[in-house]
Design a protein around this ligand. Structure first.
Ligand code: ATP
Length: 200
């Protein structure tokens, strides 16, 4: 088994790439979804969040009060850091467990998909990394088409993510998503086979 971290900025195409890898039989661990699940379901994570941000972080019915938490961390880097220090280690624990299961099942490839793989230190938990990058104008067009957001909102999010050149520099593999979906599938398969070759 070999593990591959797949990252990329908003609208770069990383989820699409992961879908193509799943078609090849890879298992994909979606770090952002796992973070949401842990904040909702994991007792240790919940109690650390309450300690750090107060009882109001959860509603009376037990559900995470996202708006409250977003308000507490928005524009407060120290609060973001405190929340990350709770959630990221828990996500990495889950990933290690997923990797253990993947090894037991003799899977070839386990993918760790994360928008902020390098920023969160997730690259330390995978064997190889792959960045998906795309022209900014394409990313904005695709996200405004996919979601109910404006181009300005997408640009604002891009400002909080690593520049794509930094991703290109850091990642072992780079997929330039500047063509059709068929092109993207072909480039993804090239990376898939190259990573599997590294395993042997
Ligand atoms: P986010 O971080 O916002 O979740 P993402 O990096 O996971 O974005 P995707 O969801 O994979 O990006 O892609 C964004 C949108 O663009 C999707 O609707 C996807 O189908 C579309 N898309 C991605 N690549 C291409 C392409 N080469 N041609 C046409 N559409 C594409």
């Amino acid at each position: 088994m070999i593990s591959l971290g797949v990252t990329g900025g908003i609208g770069s195409g990383k989820t699409t790439v992961c879908g193509f890898l799943e078609e090849q039989g890879a298992r994909v661990f979606y770090a952002d979804l796992e973070a949401k699940r842990l904040m909702q379901e994991d007792e240790a994570v919940r109690s650390q969040i309450v300690d750090a941000f107060g009882e109001s972080a959860y509603r009376e019915d037990g559900s995470l009060h996202r708006a409250y938490l977003a308000d507490r961390v928005f524009g407060h880097p120290d609060a973001v850091e405190r929340l990350n220090a709770i959630v990221h280690p828990a996500v990495f624990r889950s990933f290690r467990a997923a990797a253990e299961r993947a090894r037991e099942e003799d899977l070839s490839l386990l993918v760790h998909e994360a928008a902020l793989l390098f920023e969160a230190g997730g690259d330390a938990h995978v064997d190889r990394t792959c960045a998906v990058v795309a022209p900014d104008e394409d990313r904005i067009a695709r996200v405004t088409e996919r979601d109910d957001v404006t181009a300005a909102q997408v640009r604002a999010r891009m400002q909080h993510q690593w520049p794509q050149d930094d991703l290109r520099e850091r990642a072992d593999y780079v997929i330039e998503n500047d063509g059709s979906l068929d092109d993207l599938r072909t480039k993804t398969l090239d990376v898939y086979w190259a990573v599997l070759d590294e395993r042997s």
